[in-house]
Design a protein around this ligand. Structure first.
Ligand SMILES: NC(=O)c1ccc[n+]([C@@H]2O[C@H](COP(=O)([O-])OP(=O)(O)OC[C@H]3O[C@@H](n4cnc5c(N)ncnc54)[C@H](OP(=O)(O)O)[C@@H]3O)[C@@H](O)[C@H]2O)c1
Length: 259
């Protein structure tokens, strides 16, 4: 597409708030919750870019998603905590896609220890991916979306972004940071037709939860595809209603109303 026809297209464009034909980005899309979100978007007809650090897992996820869904899947390695890599990711994506309709900032890691046992390096490592990584990606997404008519962003926080749990000091702090950022961006994005929302899942059956909560019976966990379904609901809500955040807890865990 040449530059002038791309400009015309962006001027006339009605932002896609349905997945079909949309351009979507999912960070941490190589496995777990991110993979399920990418799969749901692809099955709904969206073009999807997934990112992760481990290139073998990323390529294998791309191949599986493409063969299963028939959608166009782009896989680009990117450490979300690295500013230069995040900028390079968006430069590359802009050469391939005219817009970014939907973005899910899902990449995350955890260190699961009491605060008094957490080292300064562990604190920095988790904050760098979860808080800084979400910020760096949101910034690029919003700059792109603002220039092309708007878009929708979902940040993947956690129930520990709402409450405090033992042994999750830095992880919980990083997820609270995502909630604070999301609240600010929800306000700042309004003028540019950018909706920024958060999902706060409870224990979901992935590699991460087996380290965070080895005490939990896996059969009682939320399934990644259930979280993906709720993210799809957030991404494709009609224009006139806004859901700022959704808390999803395991059946049998303490209701949020009780805390
Ligand atoms: N599972 C739960 O119970 C639960 C509950 C609430 C919230 N969450 C949140 O949901 C999100 C996904 O978690 P998950 O349970 O699906 O975890 P997971 O199975 O461990 O997957 C994490 C994903 O993030 C990617 N990633 C890690 N570090 C990255 C970095 N620096 N840059 C880019 N990508 C990176 C991983 O890619 P590589 O293969 O390259 O490492 C992988 O694709 C996280 O934000 C997590 O905090 C999870």
């Amino acid at each position: 597409m040449d530059q002038s026809s791309e400009r015309d297209l962006t001027k006339k464009r009605a932002v896609q708030f349905r997945a079909e034909g949309a351009f979507s980005l999912v960070t941490g899309g190589s496995r777990g919750i991110g993979y399920s979100i990418a799969r749901a978007l692809a099955f709904s007809g969206s073009n999807v870019c997934i990112t992760a650090v481990n290139t073998e897992r990323l390529e294998s996820a791309r191949a599986r998603l493409a063969s299963e869904t028939g959608a166009t899947i782009v896989a680009l390695p990117c450490d979300v905590g690295d500013e230069a890599q995040v900028k390079a990711l968006f430069c590359e994506l802009k050469t391939r896609w005219p817009f970014l309709d939907m973005a899910v900032n899902n990449a995350g890691i955890g260190v699961f220890k009491k605060a008094v046992e957490t080292t300064g390096d562990e604190w920095d490592r988790v904050m760098r991916v979860n808080a800084r990584g979400t910020f760096l990606c949101c910034r690029e997404e919003m700059l792109w979306m603002a220039g092309t008519g708007g878009g929708r962003i979902v940040n993947v926080s956690s129930v520990v972004g709402r409450k405090g749990y033992p042994n999750q000091a830095v992880y919980s702090a990083s997820k609270h940071a995502i909630m604070g950022l999301t609240k600010v961006l929800a306000v700042e994005g309004q003028a540019d037709n950018i909706r920024v929302q958060a999902i706060c899942p409870g224990g979901t059956d992935t590699e991460l939860i087996s380290r965070a909560r080895p005490d939990l019976d896996r059969s009682g966990l939320i399934r990644p595809e259930d979280v993906a379904g709720i993210v799809m609901f957030l991404l494709t809500l009609p224009d006139n209603a806004v859901v700022d955040e959704i808390n999803v807890r395991r059946a049998g865990s303490q209701p949020g109303f009780a805390g």
